[in-house]
Design a binder for this molecule. Structure first.
Ligand code: PEP
Ligand code: MG
Length: 297
């Protein structure tokens, strides 16, 4: 299996019946790309930028340099960079709110960014500057209602305008959202997102009322739970209706046993851990695209 997965890794993914599927990688730390060839993937589907904030808020310039490195590494492939997703399982001293009784249901993700405007605007400025160098996309975590995304888009536009007024090269990047709150999955069509990326880790947690690190509740957090699959199908349908891409970047995408059900749900873009690329491409090659079973059989 390992040899076959390694052999698959170098080639673009296709289902057994020949439908091309995009396989992107998740980046958790900038150093991860040093050991990785961009040729094994179709781009970056998720960059978790929390690593930049581990010692407090970084300068705009430091962020710009890291985002520029990602864009250069990808050699023209799309790179989705998620804005700071602090809070919940990702506490950041000095940034996240102390003493919340339930931080997973508190001020986290975009809710926190909208409260820390200076920190957020400096990230948006760095992203807009790096977007002038290649197909960088900005992705917003923990969006629950359409107004949050609208506010972020307005801040992004203002950041671009301010940079231009300062004579700095910048471009307004595509702006998408994580779909990881059930309310967002249920109403995905109402959000003016340029793309959707399903965060199955949090989507499962909030749908099943099981903490993502809870022990002994695996029977409730299996990704193929019918309620979770229904939310995934709805998000895929919303993306189709609005003509925008839907990917899935949670851990579920990195597990071969979920490939067939996700393809059946209509998903055509997977964003996976770099170490999972080979085995996911292999699983895709052994599966069929939806609606093809009858014809093939
Ligand atoms: C998710 O929630 O599935 C996700 C991809 O984001 P994170 O694991 O960083 O919360
Ligand atoms: Mg998440």
């Amino acid at each position: 299996l390992n040899a076959r997965a390694a052999e698959r890794m170098a080639r673009p993914a296709r289902t057994g019946d020949g439908v091309p599927i995009r396989v992107l990688v998740n980046v958790n730390e900038i150093t991860e790309i040093d050991r990785l060839s961009p040729q094994i993937c179709d781009g970056v589907g998720l960059t978790r930028t929390e690593f930049l904030f581990s010692e407090g808020a970084p300068s705009e310039q430091r962020q710009y340099e890291v985002y520029r490195r990602l864009v250069a590494w990808a050699e023209g492939r799309p790179v989705a960079i998620r804005t700071l997703d602090a809070g919940g399982d990702k506490p950041l001293p000095g940034i996240t709110v102390d003493g919340e009784s339930n931080p997973f249901l508190g001020v986290r993700g975009v809710r926190l960014s909208l409260k820390h405007r200076e920190v957020f605007v400096s990230q948006l400025r760095a992203l807009a500057r790096a977007a002038s160098l290649g197909p960088l996309k900005v992705m917003v975590p923990m969006v629950s209602v359409p107004e949050e995304l609208t506010t972020v888009r307005q801040l992004l536009r203002e950041a671009v305008a301010a940079l231009h007024a300062e004579g700095v090269t910048a471009r307004e990047p595509a702006l998408g959202m994580m779909v990881e709150v059930p309310a967002a999955a249920l109403t995905a069509e109402d959000f003016a997102a340029d793309f959707y990326s399903i965060g199955s880790n949090d989507l499962i947690q909030y749908t099943m009322a099981v903490a993502r690190d809870a022990a002994g509740l695996g029977h409730l957090t299996a990704g193929d739970n019918p309620a979770v699959m229904e939310l995934i199908r709805r998000t895929v349908a919303a993306g189709r209706a609005r003509g925008v891409e839907v990917s899935l970047c949670g851990d579920m995408a990195s597990k071969p046993e979920h490939v067939a059900p996700l393809l059946a749900a209509g998903l055509t873009t997977f964003s996976v851990a770099p170490t999972a690329v080979g085995r996911i491409k292999l699983a895709i090659s052994e599966a069929r695209a939806p609606g093809r079973e009858a014809r093939a059989g």
